[in-house]
Design a binder for this molecule. Structure first.
Ligand code: HEM
Length: 125
């Protein structure tokens, strides 16, 4: 149907969970990202699961747990350069494949996250 959300279409919580796991596995090994992320990514991944669930049309779990998303503001403590944006998106692109998120959702998700990632940049190279 055309009325479903991306969240439902990709298979709900299980798929978000696979995506987030595959994503932070890469973030934790990426030389450009390691310096700004905590060593233990458990809590970061938990928050991202809540956020992406909500962002792609599932239950508003992030808002319940953390309040208003205000993502750009929450990222201001971390210097996010164009190279770090590219690194983040590279990890996400690979994670979408590993998590077997199928087209057309893979591209739709990546495009939406690319726009958000651009908005998160706050530091020149
Ligand atoms: C938190 C980096 C883009 C969603 C964080 C944190 C860092 C970070 C360092 C803090 C981790 C922690 O303390 O646990 C980046 C970089 C990005 C980027 C380098 C590159 C553009 C994005 C995008 C999204 C996003 C595009 C969403 C689509 C989140 C969420 C949190 C977070 C939900 C947790 C916020 C909270 O504390 O509740 N990010 N981020 N980030 N990021 Fe990003």
């Amino acid at each position: 149907t055309h009325s479903g959300t991306i969240f439902e279409s990709i298979g709900g919580f299980d798929s978000i969970d696979r995506l987030v796991t595959a994503f932070y596995k890469r973030v934790g090994q990426h030389p450009k990202l390691i310096p700004i992320f905590p060593e233990d990514l458990t809590e970061t991944a938990r928050k991202q699961r809540l956020f992406l669930t909500q962002f792609f049309g599932g239950p508003k779990l992030y808002q319940e747990d953390r309040g208003h998303p205000m993502m750009r503001r929450r990222h201001l403590p971390f210097p996010i350069t164009p190279q770090r944006r590219d690194a983040w998106l590279e990890c996400m692109g690979e994670a979408l494949i590993e998590a077997e998120i199928e087209e057309p959702y893979r591209t739709a998700i990546f495009e939406r996250l690319t726009m958000t990632a651009n908005h998160m940049m706050n530091t020149p190279e």
